[in-house]
Design a protein around this ligand. Sequence first.
Ligand SMILES: Nc1ncnc2c1ncn2[C@@H]1O[C@H](COP(=O)(O)OP(=O)(O)O)[C@@H](O)[C@H]1O
Ligand SMILES: [Mg+2]
Length: 279
Amino acid sequence: MSPFLDPNREFFNKWEMYKLLFRHSIKNIQIPDTQLFSKESLSSMLIEYPLLYIKPIASWGGKDISTIQQNDNSFVWTIQGREAVVTHDFNKIYHQIDQFYQEKSTIIQRGIPTVRFNDHVFDIRSHLYKEMDGSWVYAGDLVRIGGTGSIVSNVEISNGSVRPTDEVISMIFPDQNQPFSTETLKNVSLEICHMLDQYHYFTEVGLDFGLDHRGNLWIIEVNTDDTEGRPDPYLFSLLPDQGSFEKIIHQKAKIYEKWMSNVMDSFEAYLAEKGNEPD
Ligand SMILES: Nc1ncnc2c1ncn2[C@@H]1O[C@H](COP(=O)(O)OP(=O)(O)O)[C@@H](O)[C@H]1O
Ligand SMILES: [Mg+2]
């Protein structure tokens, strides 16, 4: 069955994207168990996993994301940027969560057993764009580090920061004895873009990955260009090396130029047909 492409935004929401990734079983990445939010899924996933992330399927920027965990007999529910709610009563916490997300479709996802960086959450963002011949180019990657106490690594909402991937990885794994390599990150990112090509013509993709203690990559989210925006290239302008940022910006300018020249060609052809060639 074809995945549901939102007709207005022309994107795959988080739930559709999860199903696609699951169906295509991409090599060398783990996919965190994900279900639609309901009383039953919340109850069963709380038994199965020590930490859960709850996310609306169409939000971005770390907005309205929360975590829940069960400690002994209490449930600790934390909305990004707010005080945690603690209660012993499952029904009560379920209703509070349900109330908070209201009519928004929402998923529950296993909290990835990520390693932290100086006690902050972080993720790895890779960015790819499509050349005019349809091939994908890997523009680069970086690490987004969430601000103090944040449950998300989105820079703006958490007052976080950006660092070069190599720098962070070499500090976390100084002995090099782990499977993470930039090559794997690149290959996995490209494989996901090629998989997406089977379903829709996207031109820009930004992937969010979590990293566990053994150096394994977990996919958190696949961001694509859509009618409302695109994966944020400006994150790359915050790196000391501007190479990736310049690549992305230059590519956009090239596509715009090509588009303008196509428009001009069509216009001139139209005028010529009318016997009214411009000078
Ligand atoms: N399952 C998860 N396990 C661990 N961290 C997560 C998980 N889901 C989200 N996060 C954290 O929250 C951030 C935002 O989640 P994401 O699904 O990318 O939503 P958004 O569209 O708001 O960026 C991620 O970059 C990561 O830091
Ligand atoms: Mg994200």
